[in-house]
Structures are given as C-alpha cells and as structure tokens.
Design a protein around this ligand. Structure first.
Ligand SMILES: [Zn+2]
Length: 119
C-alpha cells in the first residue's frame, strides 16, 4: 500500500533527523505532501501510528499533515498556476506543455521534541 511506504520513509527520515538533532523523543512532526501522491491523511496517520510503535523515539509523536496543491509552469506562456484538479493543461493558454514545479513530493517541514538521553 502506498501510504505504508510513505509512513515507512517518513519514520526513517524522522529517526535520522532526531539523531542529528540529538532528540531522544520526537513530539511533533510536520510534513507537506503534494496532492500528486493521492494520500489519504487519515490512512497515513494510521500507518504512522502502527509502524511508529516499534520506535520509541517517534512512538508518541503527533503527525501534522499539510496537503500541497500541484503547481505547474507553462512552457508556452511562462505563467505559473496552481491546479485543483489533476488536469495537466495551463489554465491561461490551455497549452499542455507544462512542467510540474510543486505538489509532487513529500517533505518534512520540521520536527520538535526533547533533547538528551532516552533513559
Ligand atoms: Zn500557458
């Protein structure tokens, strides 16, 4: 399932970030997900909870998910637009020669937690 692989990647990225920042417990994780992923936030939350149980560092963390609209740049007229539907045409000139400039990735905005020893 799509959401489960995203949850897996997310947890491992957060664990790495926590290590770099010397956090023993992560309390909040904020992420952006591009709408291209067709992620159902509630399903991602569920997978995150289930998988996170195995990792004490993130087990109690709250996950905040923000959806990011898809943004395109038209190769023909050069205008940038945000798409609410997945129809890949420029709303200004109807050209289908567009580049996607946002909305295709998942990234961590930031995490917060407690520093120091896990004990
Ligand atoms: Zn255009």
């Amino acid at each position: 399932m799509h959401e489960s692989s995203i949850a897996y990647n997310l947890i491992h990225n957060v664990l790495e970030l926590a290590k770099e920042n010397n956090l023993s417990r992560v309390t909040l994780i904020r992420i952006h997900i591009g709408r291209m992923h067709h992620i159902v936030p509630a399903v991602l939350q569920q997978h995150f909870r289930l998988m996170g149980k195995k990792y004490p560092v993130v087990a109690k963390a709250k996950l905040e998910i923000r959806s990011q609209n898809i943004q395109i740049r038209c190769q023909q007229c050069g205008k940038e637009s945000e798409l609410t539907e997945i129809v890949f045409a420029c709303p200004h000139c109807q050209s289908i020669r567009v580049d996607m400039i946002a909305g295709t990735d998942m990234h961590i905005i930031d995490i917060s937690g407690h520093r120091g020893n896990a004990h």
